[in-house]
Design a binder for this molecule. Structure first.
Ligand code: 13P
Length: 257
């Protein structure tokens, strides 16, 4: 596989215009490390300012509404984030599934809307600690992904380019302790099998599978050495150029994206 590793910073609900200097520093550093693709998903309010200045990094949104427009106070459509300069959107993050009651069906509708608006999507999946303790993580992830993704016939022909999966076990997010490399290997392996089953050998192998959950510069190299890890979706450690680019540096060592 010849794809470059992808490192995406999910700023969550962090960042005012004071953070634009950090985004600039990330963009400058990304220009010096062309082995890795770096992208930022800031809050909606910073998409356009970052897009306007960025020369290297892609900018995306952390969510979008499933409708094209209408009486949805406070919501933002896929076309609106694209208009602001976003080229991708993160969908189905556990903080939206749990904090906003987003169902698999809603995530699927959002994915369809985002793809129709020309955006790439990063579709998140992840099991809870209880599901893992019950030995049901693998079955849960397969079911969650199948139910959250549009059916293969509704996906674009270049699905390998347009779709990225992020495996983010809920119990590893924001805890400082990522999943073990054994757990990551098992889950990424089964997600790859599912991608090939759904989208065929060629496109299914192109889909990138990111790991997310307490990725830091100190643990990134070990995670990137795991087969079928194509990069990372980073929360807390994406808020400074130093730590995000420390992770990007670890990804520029040889590994199998
Ligand atoms: P942390 O890197 O802060 O654990 O967050 C991971 C995450 O949720 C990225 O989307």
């Amino acid at each position: 596989m010849t794809r470059r590793p992808l490192i995406v910073g999910n700023w969550k609900m962090h960042g005012t215009r004071a953070m634009l200097s950090e985004a600039r520093a990330i963009d400058r550093a990304a220009q010096r490390n062309m082995k890795v693709e770096v992208a930022l998903a800031p809050p909606y309010t910073l998409i356009h300012p970052i897009h306007r200045e960025a020369e290297q990094i892609a900018v995306g949104a952390q969510d979008c509404h499933h409708a094209e427009g209408g009486a949805f106070t406070g919501d933002i459509s896929a076309a609106m984030v694209a208009d602001a300069g976003a080229t991708f959107v993160i969908l189905g993050h556990s903080e939206r599934r749990l904090g906003h009651g987003e169902s698999d069906a809603l995530v699927r509708a959002k994915a369809e809307a985002a793809l129709a608006a020309g955006l790439k999507i990063i579709l998140c999946c992840g099991e809870s600690a209880e599901t893992r303790a019950a030995g049901k993580a693998a079955a849960f992830i397969k079911r969650q992904l199948k139910a959250s993704l549009p059916p293969p016939e509704a996906m674009p022909a270049d699905v390998g380019e347009r779709l990225t999966i992020a495996y983010e076990p809920i119990w590893a997010i924001g805890t400082g302790t990522p999943a073990t490399t054994e757990d990551i290997a098992e889950m990424h392996g089964l997600i790859r099998e599912l991608m090939v089953e759904l989208f065929g050998e060629e496109q299914g192998r192109e889909v990138r599978i990111l790991y997310g959950g307490s990725v830091k510069p100190e643990n990134a190299a070990a995670i990137f050495a795991v087969p079928e890890v194509s990069g990372a979706l980073v929360g807390g450690a994406s808020l400074t150029a130093d730590s995000l680019m420390g992770i990007a540096l670890a990804a520029s060592e040889p590994f199998d994206p």
